[in-house]
Design a binder for this molecule. Structure first.
Ligand SMILES: C[S@@+](CC[C@H](N)C(=O)[O-])C[C@H]1O[C@@H](n2cnc3c(N)ncnc32)[C@H](O)[C@@H]1O
Length: 268
């Protein structure tokens, strides 16, 4: 299969899997007033409309062009707002369901860890009593030191470039010849970037990580704010990890970016 076709096929499988993951959320949604934070082009709002056509839907997105292209923008039950979740003012106790779908890792990458905590605070404040918080996203693996063997000059040069240029977090590591020891999240982020097909692609990997918080950090943050965790599910990756292009590097840990679904309630 040509590489363009393979990428298209992977994207199709990814969206089909995400549609199924969203459908699995339906029993947890409290209908009424529903808000999707970081709604992008409205993929999640389409799911809400399919299952809860009588609810009023809100979407917040900071990139205007995504809202302008949103398929749901002319639906009378949908209100799309261009704004930053982290800094915009919200009305308290206004929503029955609040969701962050595939969005918190972007907030972490571009605005940092404190911004994720602020976003959780906002979610708590805008929910009505007994309202539901829904999260689906990647999560960071629990800390684990792993070993990479960089077998070529190119692999070594790219690793050093990665440690210099990666923005979402500081990359700590030890290097002994061509052996590197570092946290598993750093190693997976490097291996993903190593396979970048162009400069632009590499740059994308330098500014965005899928790994925002570990599962236990998510739980701690939510419970500290006052949420009660109702349900947690680990979601299997929609496509197996692709090992193409990694012949220059030896490693013995599982690749792949793990997803998690967390359902929490605002019980006071
Ligand atoms: C990966 S997309 C996911 C979009 C949608 N939730 C979905 O599942 O298809 C994440 C979206 O969150 C938006 N986003 C990230 N940080 C944001 C912020 N601070 N305020 C508003 N939107 C934000 C991004 O612009 C992007 O459109």
């Amino acid at each position: 299969m040509a590489s363009g076709d393979k990428e298209k096929e992977i994207m199709n499988r990814f969206f089909e899997a995400r549609r199924q993951w969203l459908d699995g959320l339906a029993p947890f949604i409290r209908p009424g007033r529903i808000i999707d934070l970081g709604c992008g082009g409205g993929f999640v709002i389409e799911f809400y409309l399919r299952h809860f056509p009588d609810s009023i839907m809100f979407g917040i997105e900071n990139l205007l062009d995504r809202l302008q292209r949103a398929s749901v923008r002319n639906n009378p039950n949908v209100h799309l707002v261009n704004g930053d979740i982290v800094s915009m003012p919200f009305r308290k106790n206004a929503f029955d369901t609040v969701s962050f779908i595939y969005c918190l890792h972007v907030i972490f990458s571009l605005q940092g860890r404190d911004a994720v905590m602020t976003a959780f605070d906002h979610a708590f404040n805008i929910l009505k009593e007994n309202g539901r918080l829904i999260i689906q996203d990647f999560h960071k693996p629990e800390p684990q030191q792993v070993r990479l063997v960089l077998k070529t000059d190119m692999a070594r040069t790219k690793f050093i470039a990665f440690t210099d240029q990666f923005r979402p977090r500081k990359i700590s590591y030890t290097m002994d010849g061509d052996h590197i020891v570092t946290d598993i999240a750093n190693a997976i982020d490097f291996l993903a970037a190593y396979r970048a097909k162009s400069e632009d692609d590499w740059h994308e990997f330098m500014i965005e990580t899928p790994f925002f918080l570990t599962e236990s950090e998510i739980f701690d943050a939510l419970t500290q704010i006052g949420f009660t965790i109702e349900d947690v599910k680990r979601i299997p990756p929609p496509v197996p990890a692709d090992l193409d292009g990694l012949d220059d590097i030896e490693f013995d840990f599982e690749l792949g970016r793990k997803w998690i679904q967390v359902i929490a309630s605002k019980t006071i």
